[in-house]
Ligand binder design. Sequence first.
Ligand SMILES: NC(=O)c1ccc[n+]([C@@H]2O[C@H](COP(=O)([O-])OP(=O)(O)OC[C@H]3O[C@@H](n4cnc5c(N)ncnc54)[C@H](OP(=O)(O)O)[C@@H]3O)[C@@H](O)[C@H]2O)c1
Length: 269
Amino acid sequence: MDAGFGLGRLHHVFRRSDRARIIRSALDAGFTHFDVAPVYGDGLAEIELGRALRGRSGGVTITTKFGIPYRAIGRLPTPVYLACRTVERVTRLPLGARYDRRDYAPAVLRRSLEGSLRRLGIERVDYLLIHEPPTVGAYEALGPTWDELRRLKDAGSIGAFGVSGVSETMLEAERLGHVPADSVRMLSMTDEVCRLPAAWFRGRKVFVYNLVKHLSRSMGPGRIETRRLIEAFAGALPGATAILASNQPEEIARMGRCVRECGRVGAGT
Ligand SMILES: NC(=O)c1ccc[n+]([C@@H]2O[C@H](COP(=O)([O-])OP(=O)(O)OC[C@H]3O[C@@H](n4cnc5c(N)ncnc54)[C@H](OP(=O)(O)O)[C@@H]3O)[C@@H](O)[C@H]2O)c1
């Protein structure tokens, strides 16, 4: 099996030094692929990943995304940023990411990619994904966005492109012909995804998140033994790359060990 490391909850960690330690733990554990998005911590996850990778000579691949409107307020000092989030929650005044909205227009895509590259401190991102089209109708309207992604790939700004989101919607959109066959997929682990034939994964990069939530239904609530989690994923979806996530350095080290013993940790290629 194959695994990368997700930074979707890195901004839940208050201290910058602790956030840096989490990314360092993932690198030390052998992870060579990281999953971020501009909306994760309103730019913070990309900033921290860029900071952690600065000065390293390659060997790490990155997925980022676009399409959920955001303001990069995660670059503010942490106490100010967290104060903004509190104000946002209490007043319902949107200051950062707008998870209730989507905008996949080509101009928005180009601006978002520029921001991601700047925060990450790189010139080209390995995977750029359309972030969570909410409905099949939203997939249907993506024609100009796919065209722009293809142009960016041809221009060398991105290595590959695709879409991430809820499996049911993505698979339905795919059945209706709204997802290009050559696009990368990132989807949630569900029973339907586990039933997909091996041929569906062949020749295609497929990332899968939601392992803990999905597997805790059969393995029970609370902490799941890391080895059981990894083995269950490897048994169910051998052709996919797991996106693992934890904010605990000891857990991250265990994940790295278990993935290595179960297959390979990295997922960069
Ligand atoms: N549409 C998208 O593009 C999309 C959507 C969702 C997620 N993602 C990506 O996928 C990553 C993973 O997301 P996710 O939704 O699967 O998980 P998640 O919500 O980001 O976090 C994983 C949770 O599982 C806990 N955990 C880790 N190992 C565990 C174990 N062995 N037993 C019990 N709990 C455990 C972690 O807690 P501790 O910190 O305490 O270990 C954490 O609370 C994200 O960080 C993000 O990068 C992408």
